[in-house]
Ligand binder design. Structure first.
Ligand code: ACM
Length: 268
């Protein structure tokens, strides 16, 4: 199956413009699974709760989710994209998984980064793996984590232990290290990873963040199958066999998961 990321540079708070831009960039892209960046249609560095409130949406009624639903219905692809979720009086930095048949699931970012803590509630749904199908109805298992979650190896490990073949990783990376770390996350968990990042800058009036681009796709051997430049729109596509992620045998004596010794690990 074909998996892809979209890297681009959204305009702060201009959801209609950003959705138009994503639609144009995805024109003619043939893939079974496409990952979009974190907060892909709203922008990232919120100046205030009022700004966030103007773009935060209920799922699935909001315009970003509805655009994703329409796009998947038309193309038959699965999309994963980050958006600001409004739930009651709380805001979450969320990612939705959408397919041609409708909404498949929602993940709320567990590890909030920097000033996200001023605006968003920490995710309360835990890590989840969704059963999805490619355009030939072949099933695979899709886990989701968002950006800074990569810094916590427990996130990708939890998704792999839950059975993920592929981890979708919508991102707005500002620290330089993630593109070096993702091949290791893929290798140590024997999964495919798709990191979809943005590029450009955004200011909250007091400070400017620069996003590092360099979106990438890794395979279970830790090889980088696609990598975007630090700046510029880019669609990276890789042909993969998701079942490749399921055989975790390393030698005739070793299996990556069966050899784990949880009794000796300190996790809290
Ligand atoms: C990040 O979590 N957006 C760095």
């Amino acid at each position: 199956m074909r998996i892809a990321y979209l890297q681009y540079n959204p305009v702060y708070l201009d959801v209609a413009h950003n959705l138009g831009r994503v639609e144009a960039l995805l024109e003619g892209v043939e893939a079974d699974l496409i990952v979009l960046p974190e907060l892909f249609a709203s922008g990232y560095f919120f100046r205030s709760l009022d700004d966030l409130a103007t773009v935060a949406e209920p799922i699935p009624e909001g315009p970003i989710t509805q655009w994703m639903l329409d796009w998947c219905r038309e193309t038959g692809a699965v999309l994963v994209g980050g958006l600001p979720e409004r739930s009651g009086d709380q805001f979450f930095n969320s990612a939705v998984v959408v397919g041609p048949e409708g909404l498949i699931g929602c993940y709320r970012k567990v590890h909030l980064f920097y000033e996200e803590k001023l605006h968003f509630s920490p995710g309360d749904l835990g890590f989840q793996v969704f059963e999805v199908s490619d355009r030939n109805s072949q099933p695979y298992r899709l886990g989701v984590m968002i950006c800074f979650d990569w810094y916590f190896p427990e996130a990708a490990r939890t998704l792999a232990l839950l059975g993920a073949d592929v981890i979708a990783h919508p991102s707005n990376l500002v620290r330089p290290d993630c593109p070096r770390a993702m091949p290791i996350r893929a290798l140590e968990n024997h999964v495919f990873t798709i990191t979809a990042n943005r590029y450009g800058t955004e200011s909250n009036g007091r400070e400017t963040l620069r996003f590092i681009g360099r979106s990438l796709i890794c395979d279970p051997a830790g090889r980088v199958l696609q990598e975007a430049p630090p700046e510029g729109d880019h669609v990276g596509i890789a042909e993969i066999e998701p079942q490749e992620a399921r055989n975790r045998r390393l030698t005739s004596y070793n299996d990556l998961f069966k050899d784990r010794r949880p009794a000796f690990y300190r996790l809290s």
